[in-house]
Design a protein around this ligand. Structure first.
Ligand code: S3P
Length: 180
């Protein structure tokens, strides 16, 4: 981290809570909240599912990389990323240069329960989403670990505790003084 990279970047698998927890952490820190999936939607005027369906995953990854690159000037933001944002080495480097990168994890069971609440994730529209999730997690574990400065397992934590832990870790990473 450079001294000026005072953003909190959240990476991790679909359903790990990046957006919901990120929003709350941003509010508590007085930071702006940015979501890279939303950035893709805003930049293209198209929904993620539609991009996957019409142009495929590779096309989405190009748009996602462009959206991540466009964040370089940001300060004091919580940046929530799509679950595959760390797949490309170029993105990994960019995400780490943006600030303090935290990977949110949870057990496969918990993640599957969370992602099953809605059917909006194109990569899980398979005949066996549970198996797909398991395979994707296996394939991505090392990439998440390599990208993150810190990893937080949320399996057993209520949302409020995840947010609290994030804030404490972020303040430490930004070397903010505890008292004025
Ligand atoms: C993806 C995760 C999604 C979205 C896209 C691809 C992935 O974001 O970027 O469907 O490759 O894991 P969430 O992690 O917010 O669901």
């Amino acid at each position: 981290m450079t001294p000026h990279s005072d953003n909190l970047v959240l990476i991790g698998f679909m359903g790990s809570g990046k957006s919901s927890v990120g929003r709350l952490a941003a509010k508590a820190l007085g930071f702006q909240f940015i979501d890279t999936d939303q950035a893709v939607v805003d930049r293209t005027g198209r929904q993620i599912a539609e991009i996957f369906a019409t142009d495929g995953e590779a096309a989405f990854r190009v748009l996602e990389t462009e959206a991540i690159a466009s964040l370089a000037h940001l300060h004091r933001c919580v940046i929530s990323t799509g679950g595959g944002a760390a797949l490309l080495p170029k993105n990994r480097e960019q995400l780490r240069s943006l600030g303090f990168v935290v990977c949110l994890t949870a057990s496969e069971e918990v993640l599957f329960e969370r992602v099953s609440r809605n059917a909006k994730r194109p990569l899980l529209q398979t005949s066996n989403p549970r198996e797909t999730l398991s395979e994707l997690m296996k394939a991505r574990r090392a990439v998440y670990a390599e990208t993150a400065h810190w990893t937080l397992d949320t399996t057993l934590l209520p949302q409020t505790e995840v947010v609290e832990a994030l804030i404490v870790a972020a303040k430490e990473a930004f070397a903010w003084k505890r008292t004025p």
